[in-house]
Design a protein around this ligand. Structure first.
Ligand code: GRF
Length: 206
């Protein structure tokens, strides 16, 4: 492995389709990065099996073996430091990251969320969008700060909401776009194509 390769960690809890999109993008040599580790807080996450298939190092950090969230986060930070990770990608990671993680890896953690933030943060974003009756939703990649889905926005894709959509059909349409958007955003961060100014991310033209 070249010394200056960009090292990624992906944090997961479940299905892992965004993880797969990142793996595929690296495989196709569109994204020049090394997926060093995949960490899960759930033992049976399908994402772990996906990673293992590609020989990627996986770790299940079991929340039940830590006294509290602070101790859990300490273990997480240690693991991420051990692998000298350059960028941490949350991909369906269902635990709130504590201050220690956020501060240790300031501006080095990104997340993908299935809505056009700041609309519909938190859980069940697609259901929230349907119930609110919006005509457009989408997905957002953003830096992670200490709030819920509140950090500076890197990229978004708009997805139409049709009158006969339900949570499932809208989720599917959004997910298809997530799989393009996430690797694209990672590439932009990796290639230093963005500048963060307070909460605004600007894209450098080349
Ligand atoms: C995606 O919809 C993502 O936007 C959200 O959680 C879901 C994870 O799906 N944060 P997957 O595990 O990547 O398939």
């Amino acid at each position: 492995m070249p010394l200056n390769i960009f090292k990624l960690a992906v944090l997961v809890s479940g299905r892992g389709s965004n993880l797969q999109a990142i793996i595929d993008s690296i495989d196709r040599e569109e994204l020049d990065a090394h997926l060093s580790i995949v960490i899960s807080n759930t033992k049976d996450a399908m994402a772990l099996k996906r990673a293992e298939k590609y020989g990627i190092k996986t770790f299940f950090i079991d929340p039940s073996t830590y006294l509290n969230s602070k101790e859990y986060d300490k273990a997480l930070v240690l693991k991420l430091k051990e692998f000298s990770i350059d960028l941490i990608c949350l991909a369906g990671y269902m635990r709130i990251l504590g201050e220690e993680v956020i501060q240790t890896f300031e501006k080095k953690i990104i997340n993908i969320h299935p809505s056009l933030l700041p609309a519909f943060p938190g859980l069940n974003a697609q259901k929230q969008a349907i119930e609110h009756g919006v005509k457009f939703s989408g997905c957002t990649v953003h830096f992670v700060d200490s709030g819920v889905d509140s950090g500076p926005i890197i990229l978004q894709t708009v997805v139409p909401v049709y009158h006969n959509d339900d949570e499932k059909s809208l989720s599917k349409r959004i997910l298809e776009q997530e799989h393009y958007l996430y690797p694209k955003a990672i590439k932009m961060v990796k290639e230093n194509q963005i500048k963060i100014n307070d909460r605004t991310v600007t894209h450098k033209t080349r």
